[in-house]
Design a binder for this molecule. Structure first.
Ligand code: GLU
Length: 310
């Protein structure tokens, strides 16, 4: 074989990355099922990552994993936890800093809200107050004891990504926070570092995260990391058209089990919501899974009127 022949592409990994802030509701389970289906139907590995740098409730991660397993999802070990991966994020921050691509920001949230949006920047973008502070101004702010966040010195205000369900999507990029004032690396950085480090080349998640995606893809490019394939899937809404939440009633798997339903029954309901016949094992869905056939509208759910999967 000639040495310059293209190497066969090894499929990478998909993943589900919940924040362990409480029990997953049916919408979260549906997104996890979709992420699993996208990965498994394309021969990819499937990883579970616990985004536990923020909003952690004790025991929630273990309960989430139990619930995902109960509806028949499986994943390739080990389960990653962001709290155990801090050196990776610091290394990425150091690389950006060495390239002159970061700066300290001393602004409080209120100051940012009150400042006008950057003259040429997208609406709501960081106005760049601390971007060009002189050394002495920076020293003065440090001396006041203000905690500094670290921001990206972005060279663009927009970036385009391609999404399997949304097509080309162009969105805002600003001087996003890389490390918060309390020293915790920020989500937009950790997600980029983790996906690349874990060989994740397919990101399937709720479409509330689509607007953050251009920032993440831009950051990946700056770090010399591959940009994954994206699919942002519709969220689940309550009968009033708002994002499904605890207050909507029996919305978690455990709530449903307490009503006498089984995990197979819930899987059947999720499968039906995706346009399939009810099944008892997600593996029964992989052969017929076609992303282009997925419903593009949010799933409207009335927990009080949840129907039998037939
Ligand atoms: N942990 C994030 C969340 O639950 C999702 C991260 C991601 O999928 O990129 O909202």
């Amino acid at each position: 074989m000639p040495t310059d022949a293209p190497r066969p592409q090894q499929p990478g990994n998909g993943r589900y990355a919940p924040s362990p802030s409480g029990d997953l509701h049916l919408g979260n389970l549906r997104t996890a099922l979709l992420a699993w289906l996208f990965a498994r139907s394309t021969g990819r590995g499937f990883l579970m990552r616990i985004d536990d740098l923020d909003r952690v409730k004790t025991g929630a991660a273990e309960r989430q994993l139990e619930d995902l397993a109960a509806i028949g999802l499986d994943w390739d070990p080990p389960v990653a936890r962001q709290s155990e991966r801090l050196p990776l994020y610091e290394e990425a921050i150091e690389r950006l800093t060495a390239a002159g691509l970061t700066y300290e920001c001393f602004c409080t949230r209120r100051e940012i809200q009150q400042a006008a949006t950057a003259p040429h920047g997208p609406m709501g973008a960081y106005p760049g107050t601390c971007r060009d502070l002189t050394d002495s101004a920076r020293a003065a702010r440090r001396a006041e004891g203000r905690p500094a966040a670290l921001r990206l010195r972005a060279a663009v205000t927009e970036f385009e990504v391609t999404d399997d369900l949304h097509g080309p999507y162009r969105g805002a990029v600003d001087d996003l926070v890389l490390r918060r004032g309390d020293g915790i690396p920020a989500y937009n950085l950790t997600v980029v570092v983790d996906d690349a480090e874990q060989g994740v080349d397919q990101v399937v998640r709720g479409d509330d995260l689509l607007p953050s995606t251009p920032r993440q893809a831009y950051l990946a490019t700056l770090l010399g990391l591959p940009v994954p394939q994206y699919a942002h899937v519709p969220l689940v809404l309550n009968t009033a058209g708002q994002r499904l939440a605890k207050r909507d009633g029996a919305v978690t798997l455990r709530d449903r089990l307490a009503l006498g339903e089984t995990p197979e029954h819930i899987l059947g309901i999720l499968a039906r919501s995706l346009g399939f016949a009810a099944v008892t094992d997600p593996a029964q869905l992989t052969a017929d899974f076609r992303p282009e056939n997925l419903p593009r509208e949010p799933w409207r759910l009335d927990p009080d009127g949840l129907l039998q999967p037939t």
